[in-house]
Design a protein around this ligand. Structure first.
Ligand code: ADP
Ligand code: MG
Length: 910
């Protein structure tokens, strides 16, 4: 057991050190202990998946019927039926297999990473490659990847509720605990599956994979939900409805047939074939493939969907609440202004290059330079560099940063004055810290500081704080002015706040700094152990100045916001930043308009539920908010009937992400906890990617609806044709095998091709879909009936003409058979779009459909002309004039739909 040993003996036992394992050793251990993952639940085997295609009762009946008819001597018929059933099975299998692959892809993309120390340097690796003995870094929001013993911690608190149900995070320690401490009280251990709620630390891994104490529970990691989507549910319902109706009709017709003197077995076979053809039971699988394909396209556009149903929700989204920093902006900060000793300095130089000057005054040409030796600038930059967790380093292709860009900008600014953070860190070591949080909006470090030049910081222990100006000023009673520490007056406070507003107006992110030399009696141990309350350590501080940093908007965001506007989607900015800064950037991006409101977190707090709901639709910027406010915003918007997408990255954003219809986490800066709470992850943290995903979501929904409507038109046509022919002419216009063939062809390739139809130009100019509205509305039914009746009319014309000309029954059936197949091929082009003409979309822009139709045509020609297939399908060759008439009739399916689209487009205003 590791909890009752001190760290050095834990290291000894695990044969490791603070520097971590060597890569070779890690590799050896990986072989020895296996991957850090939990045994997967049994996967569906390929064979089982294939067999499951034949499970449906109707198919079984059909197979039995075929066997019976084979026994009764109709061997060819039986063989052909079995063959088409087999083909349909393969088709279904291919589709489900592809759906399965799409889900697996998602899984591999969302697998978690961990920061590990190997050979003394930190790097990120997939958590599955962790081995016992690895040293891992833990920080707020991380999911703990394996069981580990703590070796270093700064206020490390771990949320273990997933294991223990205890909702108060457990404070972690590094000391050895007495032997016999119960598992739940082993506070120097962390367990796989729990999450860091606060602070940071280092730990050495003691167990991985199935060996972790709570292995099974940690299985939550990286899972993809496979729940059925609402779409699939509504399809099932639709399918059952159609199925019921079909069976009633078919049974009626079959009985009627027997009554009219057709052989009962034939009628039975024929009836079952018709039922199989007309019941859209393959649809749910096809829909999954459609969703899966969409997911794949979204990955390319930097959006990773974690749950298939989200794809539907995305398309219906009508408000996107987005974080500002990093999502709307580039998160590439540069300090442009510094305010110390009552004056504003301009900082020159861009990017992370530590080259630049500090200039006084506004006149570009002859600004006097302020040297890094200026004591006010020095003190400010010292705080900026010490109270800071990021760092700057040089690589071949320039300067790079590690850590929070806000902090990195400060490191760069300090470097411009000759302060190297790494040097300062070793000269003035950090003894304790209170980390930044979105709630406190500040960070404080306690450093040992004995020989700082000048006598302001003449103390062994100094606290440095940085954070939001109101927060920092709130804890200051003194100010550093004219080289000395003075009492901070009310007037000076006002003056500083004016300055803050001025900087914020220029869209700068403003941060304030303060320090406090401690008298005897304060020790960092007392602070970090809680003997001296945090608030006491952060009070009575000396204000030292402000920085203003620029964070340029992302270039593509402006266009994306305009797209949202056209698409009837409202964009809302949510930020922890200052109201004025937020408003300035929101205005620049086109989010904040003339009559829109901005609301701060504290203003929101003062509003009653009702008052807020009345206002919520007009608010487009929320500033200085806590994560808890996001939840309120989501709830109010949902109450108003909106479909809300909400972004988030921190641990505390998780509730809002869960509550939103679409929780969106950040792939780069997001914590594990926020990713797990989300339904989608942005791999580039970019707002524009949300908009692309919405477009894909809309497109997928449109495609699914279109290919389902296509299927509906086909099925209605088939049933009507045989029904009317039997009732009116006592003729079977199609043989059982022909019906199965038509079904195979219409349900086979064209829907797959229609599911890859690219977004059309109007997609992001329409209002968002109403979520209440189902997949199949009156419009789809009307279209289905319309085209179904049209195809029936075409078939009846052929039928009557054949009868008039005295053709044989085989010829009549061949003609009807071919007509229906070709008519459905023309029809497939109709459903590339429910509103735009195929010719305006470009006839060849959906290559897949062209191939699908060509394949079908070739197959149909084979069925008519290859002798052995003629026998199987009871077909005869057709003459050129007959072909002419069939094609002319079939093409009206496309022509009439084009006319309808044209008329509708004329009526529509947009
Ligand atoms: P957002 O991500 O929306 O910009 P944050 O919660 O990151 O909001 O920041 C809110 C405020 O907290 C900032 O305006 C800044 O004043 C302060 N702040 C941000 N990062 C830090 C940090 N690392 N240390 C101290 N203060 C910070
Ligand atoms: Mg932030």
């Amino acid at each position: 057991m590791y909890y009752d040993q001190d760290i050095s003996s834990v290291f000894g036992e695990l044969r490791t050190s603070v520097k971590g394992l060597s890569p070779e050793d890690a590799e050896k251990r990986l072989e020895e202990y296996g991957k850090n993952e939990l045994k997967e639940k049994e996967k569906v085997s390929v064979f089982r998946l294939f067999l499951s295609q034949f499970k449906s009762i109707l198919i079984l009946i059909l197979v039995i019927a075929a066997i019976v008819s084979a026994l009764l001597g109709e061997a060819i018929d039986a063989a052909v039926i079995l063959f088409t059933v087999f083909l349909a099975g393969i088709l279904g299998f291919v589709q489900e297999y592809r759906a399965e692959k799409a889900i697996e892809l998602l899984k591999s993309l969302t697998s978690p990473e961990a920061t590990v120390v190997r050979n003394g340097s930190e790097k990120k690796i997939p958590s599955t490659y962790l081995v016992p003995g690895d040293i891992i870094l833990l920080q707020t929001g991380d999911r703990i990847p394996a069981d580990a013993r703590i070796i270093e911690e700064f206020n490390l608190k771990v949320d273990e509720s997933s294991l223990t149900g205890e909702s108060v995070p457990a404070q972690k320690v590094t000391d050895a605990l007495p032997a016999g401490t119960s598992e739940a009280d082993r506070n120097n251990m962390v367990y796989a599956g729990t999450a860091v709620a606060y602070g940071r630390g280092k730990a050495v891994i003691t167990a991985t994979g199935m060996k972790t104490s709570f292995g099974e529970l940690a299985g939550l990691l990286g899972t993809i939900e496979r729940s059925r989507t609402p779409l699939q549910e509504s399809l099932d319902k639709f399918g059952r409805w159609i199925g019921g109706a079909t069976i009633v009709i078919v049974a009626f017709v079959a009985v009627l047939g027997v009554f009219l003197g057709f052989p009962p077995l034939d009628m039975f076979l024929w009836g079952v074939a018709l039922a199989v053809a007309a019941i859209p039971e393959a649809l749910p699988a096809v829909v999954t493939v459609g969703l899966g394909l969409g997911v794949r396209r979204m990955v390319k556009r930097h959006a990773l969907v974690r749950k298939l149903p989200s794809v539907e929700t995305l398309g219906a989204t009508n408000v996107i609440c987005s974080d500002k920093t990093g999502t709307l902006t580039q998160n590439k900060m540069t300090v442009e202004r510094i305010y110390v000793d009552r004056q504003i300095l301009r900082v020159t130089g861009g990017g992370y290059d530590p080259d630049g000057k500090f200039l006084k005054g506004d006149s570009e040409k002859e600004d006097p330079e302020v040297s890094g030796d200026d004591i006010h600038l020095r003190v400010l930059l010292l705080s900026a560099a010490l109270c800071n967790d990021s760092n700057l380093y040089k690589e071949e292709d320039g300067w790079k940063i590690r850590g929070d860009p806000t902090e990195a900008a400060l490191v760069v600014a300090a470097a411009k004055a000759g302060f190297e953070k790494s040097e300062l860190d070793s000269k003035y070591p950090r003894l304790a810290e209170i980390p930044f949080s979105s709630e406190s909006k500040r960070m404080t470090t306690f450093n040992k500081l004995d020989d700082f030049p000048g006598d302001v910081l003449d103390s062994e222990l100094v606290a440095f704080s940085k954070g939001a100006p109101e927060v920092i000023l709130g804890s200051c009673t003194k100010i550093f002015l004219d080289g000395e520490i003075k009492t901070l007056t009310h007037g000076q406070k006002q003056e500083i706040l004016e300055e803050v507003k001025e900087l914020a107006d220029q869209a700068l992110r403003v941060m304030a700094f303060s320090f406090r030399p401690f008298e005897e009696g304060f020790s960092p141990e007392k602070i970090s152990s809680g003997k001296i309350p945090v608030e006491r350590a952060e009070e009575d501080m000396v204000f030292s100045g402000l920085t203003g940093m620029r964070d340029p908007p992302r270039e593509e965001v402006k266009a994306a916001i305009r797209t949202c506007e056209d698409a009837g989607i409202k964009t809302v900015m949510i930020t922890g930043d200052h109201k004025v800064t937020a408003a300035a950037i929101a205005r620049e991006l086109g989010i904040l308009k003339e009559n829109d409101l901005t609301l701060t977190g504290s203003e929101l707090d003062s509003l009653e539920e009702k008052e807020f709901e009345d206002r919520v639709e007009r608010v487009s910027v929320y500033a200085r908010v806590y994560p808890a406010h996001k939840l309120r915003v989501v709830e109010a918007l949902k109450k108003k009937g909106y479909v809300v997408a909400m972004t988030g990255d921190g641990v505390n954003d998780a509730p809002a992400l869960k509550a939103a219809d679409m929780g969106i986490a950040m792939g780069i800066t997001g914590t594990d906890v926020s990713k797990e709470a989300s339904s989608m992850i942005l791999t580039d943290d970019n707002f524009a990617s949300i908009v692309s995903a919405v477009e894909e979501g809309r497109n997928i929904f449109k495609n699914i609806r279109n290919f389902i409507t296509y299927g509906l038109t086909c099925h209605i046509g088939e049933v009507l044709i045989v029904l009317i022919a039997i009732l009116g002419w006592q003729i079977l216009p199609l043989m059982a095998v022909q019906i199965l063939w038509i079904n195979l062809i219409t349900d086979g390739l064209p829907p797959m091709a229609l599911s890859v139809e690219p977004p059309d130009r109007g997609l992001m100019r329409q209002k968002p879909r109403n979520v209440e509205e189902g997949l199949i509305t009156r419009r789809e039914i009307t279209a289905g009936l319309g085209i179904g009746i049209l195809v029936t009319l075409q078939a009846l014309i052929v039928l009557v003409w054949s009868l008039e000309s005295g053709f044989s029954l085989s010829k009549l059936q061949t003609m009807v058979f071919t007509l229906v197949v070709f008519s459905e091929m023309f029809n497939a082009f109709n459903w590339r779009s429910d509103r735009y003409s195929v010719f305006s979309l470009g006839l060849f822009t959906n290559k897949a459909l062209i191939y699908a139709v060509l394949t079908t045509v070739v197959l149909q020609l084979m069925v008519i002309y290859v002798p052995f297939l003629q026998l199987a399908f009871s077909t005869v060759p057709l003459s050129l004039p007959e072909w002419g008439i069939i094609l002319a009739l079939a093409s009206t399916t496309l022509i009439s739909m084009e006319i309808v689209k044209h008329i509708n487009n004329g009526k529509r205003a947009d």
